[in-house]
Structures are given as C-alpha cells and as structure tokens.
Design a protein around this ligand. Structure first.
Ligand code: ADP
Ligand code: MG
Ligand code: MG
Length: 211
C-alpha cells in the first residue's frame, strides 16, 4: 500500500503553487465578479511563499510540512482565504502528528480535519457558496474510496472530481458567507473563487500521487 512521506506533501504544495499560478487569472476573474478580485494573487503569493519556506526549512515529517505551509499562508495572505486555508493545513498537520509516513486512510482523516477546521473558523455550511462546497465533498469521496479499497491515485481522482463538481455546483447559489454574501442574489451565476481554488488543490494532490 502507498505510504506518503514529507517529500510527497512538499511536492503537493509545489504542484499546487504551480497550478494556482497557471490558473491565477481565472481565479482573479471569478473573484472580480463576486468579490474584490484578489483571490488569484492572494493564493499565488501564499503558496509560492509556502513552497519557498519548505525548500528552505525541509521539514522531516508530513505533519510538519503541512504546519509550515499553513503558518506561511496565514502570514502571507491578507484575505479571508489565508487564515481559512492556513487553518485547514494546520489542522490536517496536527492530525498527522509526528509520523514519518502516512497511509491513505490517515490522509482521508487529515482532509476531514482540514474541512472541519475551515467550517469552525468560517462557520460556513455546505451550500453557502464557499470553499467548503468543494472541500466537503472531496473529503467524503476520499473517505469512501479508501474504505472501498481503491488505490491512492484512484481514490484521489474521486476526491478531485468531487471537488471540481462541488465547485461547479456553486454557480447558481447565492453566497451566505464572505465578501460575496454582500451581493446577495447578485452573487448567483458565478462560481465561487475559493471553491474553484480548492478544486485545484485537490487536483494537484491527485497529480503528485500519479507520479
Ligand atoms: P477576501 O474575500 O478577503 O478577498 P479571498 O478573495 O482570497 O479573500 O478568498 C475568498 C474566498 O474565501 C471565497 O471565495 C470563499 O470560498 C472563501 N471564504 C470567504 N469567507 C468564508 C467563510 N466564512 N467560510 C468559508 N470560506 C470562506
Ligand atoms: Mg478576494
Ligand atoms: Mg481581499
């Protein structure tokens, strides 16, 4: 069975930073429609700083990789998404503790802890048109796939697809949390930028698992 080490999680952050940079303009367009137009630059800045911090400090265990990435996002991203993603990563890291290697089942538990962290900090429920709408279905899909005995690439494919579908399903919704909620009914008709970036983070996780 697959075991995931600090190198795997570091590669994930590097791939996430690459993908977010490639999709930065789309994230910014989405946030221009229903927010303040900074989500692409916020996340690009935060993730590239996280990748740089990991390259410099080289944490030895997965939990420490996620903790450092999370703290860096909180420090470098002024917007709502910095503390939310930062908390998600730190909560996931805390779940993994000091183990040098993580199983797919432990990864599924860590993703669940990440979602719970976002939910308790942002008090958003599914359907509020936030990143939770992508992260929660991804956590559910990963837990089910691991439970059913799928291998890691297949399980992460299920998680990434669920996140993408969850993000697309935010289009018709009216935002009830974050800046977009100020628009009320006018927030409907656009994908939530944070849900879109969460789908990218899950896609990046699948990509590194297939290498
Ligand atoms: P800001 O809105 O401060 O400019 P960003 O543009 O970087 O920050 O991030 C916006 C995204 O953050 C939203 O699209 C949404 O997904 C997410 N978000 C905002 N508030 C909340 C919340 N209370 N709970 C969960 N997610 C939230
Ligand atoms: Mg914004
Ligand atoms: Mg902002």
């Amino acid at each position: 069975d697959a075991v995931l080490d600090a190198g795997f999680f570091t590669s994930w952050i590097v791939e996430a930073a690459r993908l977010v940079r490639a999709e930065k303009d789309r994230l910014t367009r989405l946030d221009t429609a229903i927010g303040d137009g900074d989500h692409g630059t916020n996340l690009d800045r935060g993730l590239s700083a996280a990748a740089a911090a990991l390259a410099e400090r080289r944490p030895a265990v997965p939990g420490a990789v996620l903790a450092l990435a999370g703290s860096t996002l909180i420090r470098k991203v002024g917007g709502a998404s910095g503390p939310l993603y930062g908390t998600a990563l730190r909560e996931a890291g805390r779940t993994l503790g000091e183990s040098p290697e993580v199983s797919p089942a432990e990864l599924a538990r860590a993703l669940r802890a990440a979602v719970d962290g976002v939910r308790s900090l942002g008090s958003a429920a599914e359907g509020d048109k936030t990143m939770v709408d992508a992260l929660a279905p991804a956590a559910g899909a990963l837990a089910r796939a691991v439970q059913e005995g799928l291998d890691l690439p297949a399980a992460l494919e299920a998680a990434a697809s669920a996140a993408g579908a969850g993000a697309r399903a935010t289009v018709p919704l009216e935002a009830r949390k974050g800046r977009a909620s100020y628009l009320g009914p006018r927030s409907a008709g656009h994908e939530d930028p944070g849900a879109a970036s969460s789908a990218l983070l899950l896609r990046a996780l699948h990509t590194v698992a297939t290498r």
